[in-house]
Design a protein around this ligand. Structure first.
Ligand code: SF4
Length: 292
């Protein structure tokens, strides 16, 4: 039936700023338990922070795959985390990995959870790579930004284990929010180099109505400065607010320069700054090893 596919063509609102290669997008869960206050997916998914299982998930994934060619690129997940706490018991994402493996899917896993290491045995036999999101190494700040996500130290440890298992890993330093975590990239990048991260993608915070409200509630002391950047001098692109282009460029350039210093290929996400890119793809899909 049309419109019921779970594996869908990735089309982030046809944004002219998206530089992703053609790919499919898949979210095993609806909503997300991590409750990141900057999350944009909460603006278009009802009851977002209530993470729930999709009806007939496995049956629908099987059906979708039967209609798709082998070797497709799937990005999992763009509007949730494929490893919420409940996945430890339900193992639904793991079952999807098994199906993907049989179908020769090229898989890009995007997560903030160390539960991913449970599936190393499968991932290392697949055409797959893992990107982990880390926005700060400061645990107190992380608790404010990503209250129910695994601590940054657990994500870093998971990245180390994945890299030691020779799985290609990337890091999403996303989003960078001025006056909040805009100095944290130095130590994150140092850590990334030490781990052996092969790709780093970053972007600036692009609030929508609800994420803007949450940020101001948690960080009222910087309200004026943020209002000046986003509401007074910023610009609306699609449904998101962007800071002025030159401000965003300077911020992304600082991150790019630091990555160059440590030899880590760099890209930005939905910023329009291709000239800063030194990595082969923005999303890290080039990290997927072809094992066939
Ligand atoms: S992990 Fe991603 S999808 Fe989940 S709440 Fe955080 S930003 Fe949103």
């Amino acid at each position: 039936m049309a419109g019921t596919e779970l594996i869908r063509s990735f089309d982030p609102w046809r944004s002219r700023l998206c530089t992703c290669p053609p790919k499919y997008s898949f979210d095993p869960y609806t909503g997300c338990a991590h409750k990141c206050i900057y999350c944009y997916a909460s603006s278009y998914i009802r009851d977002f922070f209530n993470c729930r299982v999709k009806k007939n998930l496995i049956e629908r994934v099987r059906r979708d795959l039967s209609k798709l060619p082998r070797g497709i690129l799937i990005s999992m997940s763009n509007s949730s985390d494929p490893y919420p706490p409940t996945e430890s018991n339900l193992r639904l994402t793991r079952t999807c990995l098994e199906l993907f493996k049989k179908h020769g899917v090229r898989l890009l896993i995007i997560t903030k959870s160390d539960i991913v290491i449970r599936d190393i045995d499968l991932i290392k036999e697949m055409d797959a790579a893992v990107t982990m999101t880390v926005t700060t190494l400061n645990e107190e700040l992380a608790r404010k930004l990503e209250p129910d996500a695994p601590k940054p130290s657990r994500r870093i440890d998971a990245l180390k284990i994945l890299a030691e298992t020779r799985i290609n890993v990337g890091l999403r330093l996303d989003p960078i929010i001025p006056y909040i975590n805009d100095e944290d990239f130095h130590e994150i990048i140092r850590e990334a180099r030490y781990i052996g991260v092969k790709h780093l993608v970053s972007s600036t915070f692009k609030p929508r109505r609800d994420s803007w409200k949450r940020i101001l509630e948690v960080f009222p002391e910087i309200r004026e400065k943020l209002e000046e950047l986003y509401m007074k001098n910023g610009v609306k692109i699609g449904r998101s607010m962007y800071m002025p282009r030159d401000f965003r460029f300077r911020l992304m350039k600082k991150v790019a320069v630091e990555c160059r210093r440590y030899g880590i290929p760099f890209a930005t996400c939905r910023e329009g700054f291709r000239k800063l890119h030194t990595s082969l793809t923005c999303d890290g899909s080039h990290l997927i090893k072809i094992t066939r």
